[in-house]
Design a protein around this ligand. Structure first.
Ligand SMILES: [Ca+2]
Length: 472
């Protein structure tokens, strides 16, 4: 493009008149709400807390599917899992979506510079998303699409073979294991990711950018420098005080297999919880490197920073559950913090938001036209008025094997879940009275008050409503 001298004089003014807000999307793998700014008394996350002071902390934010590939495919496409039909970690994101623009691609088409380092989509399928810079390992450009696709196919074949015959609900599970290392932060993958993100931000800060920073921890295995383990002592760590018989009213499909964890002693379980916290604090310190760069480059006034845990994580809930893949509160709910220029800072929002809302929210904050096909609603009004009334329901679903589904709906007070449309069990929890979901008043044959029955019917109607109508 040729500019006359006069054009060049005007150019900065034109840019000032139509600022294009940058996006820094920070994905944290397997991060649940056991962090400082969400009120955990033990877990140290000074940098997530620091981001929360600069943004809105969503206290009722729910993923639409509690597993990496399905939740990320849903979030990055702006479509619900029923539309993406990605219900496991072995289905490539585009299988049923074809050539739609995933979130970073939409920004790229609008003229943004786009880059990601670390895990944004599910590891093996990162090649399905186009970025200007795409690095699963910091500093290593993603190899050619063809080569990766071949690797995928081979990997999928191997995985599917391994999976055949496995019990329902065993998906999403790596062995609980942890290792304190003597390496420096920068030598760990997440440490390298944070420093590479800082470099890319410095180099590309003058153009509108969409940058994805994907941290792997606190995903298993819990490998982190020793100093993060030393931040906690075992005396601080308590297991949930689940009442005896809690599992008697839980439909079997609601639970996942224990994968050998049932042989652990309580002390070993507490060590595992400590290791999860250590991995969280390590990741938090790497986030600090990225936030320092935001300060240093004075980017807060023209950059949206959105941090999310891709789904929650169980830490021995219901005296059995670790990991994810349930629609209980601890796996469906996850942290979501949004800093947006000119919006509220340092406040909490108690309203319901879903991850399918993130795509339209970001594009609206950046001043871009609404992308087609969105199945969530932009929650930008909540960034101005976090207490205002908002959507009635949030939906999370999960599959057990190929064709058995659990579908759950959360309102601000209740959770209601059906397994195989109710044939394999129903759950109904009142979070005002029972925040741990210990008392299922729907199953097997609990006595309910007339009021409870009426409330349950309302929840059932919400679960079966056309979900596209659940925008506020
Ligand atoms: Ca129970």
């Amino acid at each position: 493009m040729d500019f006359t001298r006069r054009d060049l004089l005007w150019l900065p003014l034109v840019q000032m008149r139509s600022p294009r807000t940058n996006v820094l999307l920070i994905a944290v793998d397997d991060l649940n709400n056991r962090i400082g700014c969400y009120g955990d008394p033990v877990v140290k996350t000074p940098n997530i807390d620091r981001l929360a002071r600069r943004g809105v902390r969503f206290d009722r934010s729910y993923c639409n599917y509690p597993l990496c590939n399905p939740t990320r495919t849903s979030l990055l496409s702006g479509r619900r899992p029923e539309t993406t039909q990605v219900y496991n970690n072995n289905t490539p994101p585009r299988t049923h979506l074809g050539g739609i623009a995933f979130l970073p691609e939409y920004y790229k088409a609008q003229g943004y510079f786009t880059a990601r380092v670390g895990k944004i989509a599910h590891g093996t399928y990162e090649y399905q998303l186009q970025w200007d810079i795409s690095e699963s390992r910091a500093g290593v450009p993603l190899a050619s699409e063809r080569k990766l696709r071949d690797e995928d196919t081979a990997l999928d074949r191997a995985k599917n073979k391994k999976k055949a015959g496995k019990a329902a609900g065993s998906e999403g599970g790596a062995k609980l294991s942890w290792t304190p290392t003597n390496r420096a932060d920068a030598e760990e993958p997440d440490g390298a990711t944070a420093r590479r993100i800082a470099q890319i931000v410095r180099e590309h800060k003058s153009q509108p950018f969409f940058i994805g920073c994907g941290f792997h921890k606190p995903h298993l295995p819990w490998v982190a420098p020793r100093k993060y383990f030393d931040m906690y002592s075992l005396d601080q760590i308590k297991l949930p005080d689940t009442p005896a018989g809690d599992r008697d009213d839980i439909p079997p499909l609601a639970l996942t297999s224990t994968q050998g964890d049932s042989e652990m002693t309580d002390r070993e379980r507490r060590q595992a919880v400590l290791a999860y916290h250590a991995a969280t604090s390590f990741m938090d310190a790497q986030l600090g490197v990225v936030l320092d760069t935001m300060d240093e480059q004075r980017l807060w006034d023209n950059t949206v920073v959105l941090l999310f845990g891709d789904h929650g994580w169980h830490l021995y809930d219901h005296q059995q559950l670790w990991r994810k893949m349930t629609v209980f509160e601890q796996a469906s709910r996850a942290p979501l913090i949004v800093h947006a220029p000119g919006k509220q800072e340092g406040v909490a929002c108690p309203r319901l938001v879903e991850y399918v809302d993130i795509y339209p929210t970001l594009t609206e904050l950046s001043g871009l036209p609404k992308a087609p096909g969105m199945e969530g609603a932009s929650f930008t009004p909540l960034l101005d008025s976090p207490q205002r009334p908002w959507k009635k329901a949030a939906y999370t679903m999960v599959a057990r094997g190929a064709n058995r589904f659990g579908r759950s709906v959360r309102t601000e007070r209740y959770r209601y879940t059906e397994w195989e449309d109710g044939k394999s069990g129903v759950e109904f929890y009142d979070h005002e009275l029972d925040p741990n979901e210990w008392t299922n008043t729907a199953w097997p044959k609990r006595a309910r008050t007339a009021k409870q029955s009426a409330q349950m019917e309302e929840m059932k109607a919400l679960l079966h409503a056309d979900k596209k109508l659940t925008a506020p």
